[in-house]
Design a protein around this ligand. Structure first.
Ligand SMILES: NC(=O)c1ccc[n+]([C@@H]2O[C@H](COP(=O)([O-])OP(=O)(O)OC[C@H]3O[C@@H](n4cnc5c(N)ncnc54)[C@H](O)[C@@H]3O)[C@@H](O)[C@H]2O)c1
Length: 372
């Protein structure tokens, strides 16, 4: 198969769909890998890294879209890229179609087959191609929160780990899923006094069994949350209710009960955020002040650490990318129901029920589409 990887063109996107290691694996499997010139630069991979791995460097995205059998990317194809997709072409990338009727329409019109990273599943009911970005955002949250807490940035001037004789920062993590667990691990590792809140008793049991010595956990009620948030130096928002906007757990009025200069890192901002006062910010201008509380609400946190994020995403996508290239998408999806769950679009038909429901478009069963 000819596998093409164009440079990402969405603003502020520095990741790349294939690492040199992924390219090498594909070449070892007998495939031809086409990488757009400088596609890896934002993640610290040079064209030479790719040619050493056996890939070919191609000058333009147009040439890649014109010749590749499969396009491997990070972000959803932009309008100019969608125009270049071909009916016999396979697209493997994040799509997030439900809130995006324009993109959905263009993909259906292109006739391509599109497999979305975010809907591929695993045996434990997880989303293995979303999890790496949650891990990155979770581990980054205490790091950016610690920076936000510094006096020069408007924070309380509290050191995460304290020093002998001075208490460490109190960190509250709301939501103990992938983001929350990784945030709590790092905050505890920095020496902070950490409590994680969750609404799932099973999750709390897991956190207690595995991390009981590193951080505390508590059942998430409105009262418990407010009580902890009042005492906190830093609050990390990490809740998710699948398919819904994040619940607003702290109101504007409750914000004024927080300590002056406390830091909020609302990782759930991509789902609207779990504080009433949260609004999305960018890496260029990440923090703002409401009633003396500093808010960090960057919607694409993994972009700050593009190299780590690219490698983490590449590790997760590579086995699926190789299966698609080795077997062709029909056989690969027929063999693996989790990869089949990733099928969103085929030959002008929508094949993912939740997207069809959100956009009012008829859906063809993915298992039927594989046989067409
Ligand atoms: N800003 C970014 O760059 C970025 C990056 C990755 C993920 N995210 C977002 O982070 C959020 C968390 O993602 P995740 O992968 O950890 O999800 P997850 O499903 O693994 O975890 C969410 C947790 O929230 C808990 N929860 C739900 N309602 C709650 C409540 N009222 N109180 C306390 N806990 C509650 C759930 O029980 C679950 O354990 C999502 O909104 C995700 O989109 C943002």
């Amino acid at each position: 198969m000819k596998i093409g990887c164009p440079t990402e063109i969405k603003p502020q996107e520095f990741r790349v769909g294939m690492t040199p290691d992924a390219a090498r694996e594909a070449v070892n499997h007998g495939h031809q890998v086409l990488i757009q010139k400088d596609a890896g630069m934002g993640s610290g991979f040079s064209d030479e890294d790719y040619t050493t791995a056996g890939a070919h460097i191609i000058a333009t995205a147009e040439e890649i879209f014109a010749t590749a059998d499969m396009i491997v990317k990070v972000k959803e194809p932009q309008a100019v890229e969608r125009k270049m997709l071909r009916p016999d072409q396979l697209l493997f990338t994040y799509l997030h179609l439900a809130p995006d009727p324009e993109q959905t329409h263009d993909l259906l019109e292109s006739g391509c087959t599109a497999i979305a990273y975010e809907t591929v599943t695993d045996d434990r009911g997880g989303l293995p191609l979303l999890a790496p970005m949650s891990e990155v955002a979770g581990r980054l949250a205490p790091q950016v929160g610690a920076w936000t807490l510094q006096k020069a940035n408007g924070g309380r001037g509290v050191l995460m780990g304290g020093v002998p004789g001075v208490a460490p920062a109190k960190v509250v993590v709301i939501g103990g899923g992938v983001v929350g667990t990784h945030a709590a691990k790092i905050a505890a590792g920095m020496g902070a006094d950490v409590t994680v809140l969750d609404r799932s008793l099973n999750r709390l049991k897991y956190l207690d069994d595995v991390f009981g010595r590193d951080f505390k956990n508590q059942y998430s009620t409105a009262g418990a949350t407010l009580d902890l948030v009042r005492q906190a130096d830093m609050v990390i928002g990490a809740v998710l209710i699948p398919g819904a906007a994040a619940p607003k757990l702290i109101s504007r009025a409750q914000l004024s009960e927080m300590k002056p200069g406390a830091a909020i890192v609302d990782v759930a901002i991509d789902q609207g955020g779990c504080f009433e006062t949260s609004k999305a910010t960018t890496h260029g201008d990440p923090i703002y002040n409401v009633d003396g509380v500093m808010h960090y609400c960057v919607a694409n946190m993994p972009g700050a650490v593009a190299r780590t994020s690219t490698i983490a995403l590449g590790n997760a996508t590579m086995p699926f990318m190789l299966a698609l290239a080795d077997k062709g998408w029909r056989q690969a999806c027929a063999d693996d129901p989790h990869l089949l769950n990733g099928l969103n679009v085929h030959a002008g038909q929508l094949t993912y029920y939740a997207v069809g429901k959100a956009l009012g478009i008829d859906v063809v069963s993915p298992s039927l589409a594989v046989k067409q």
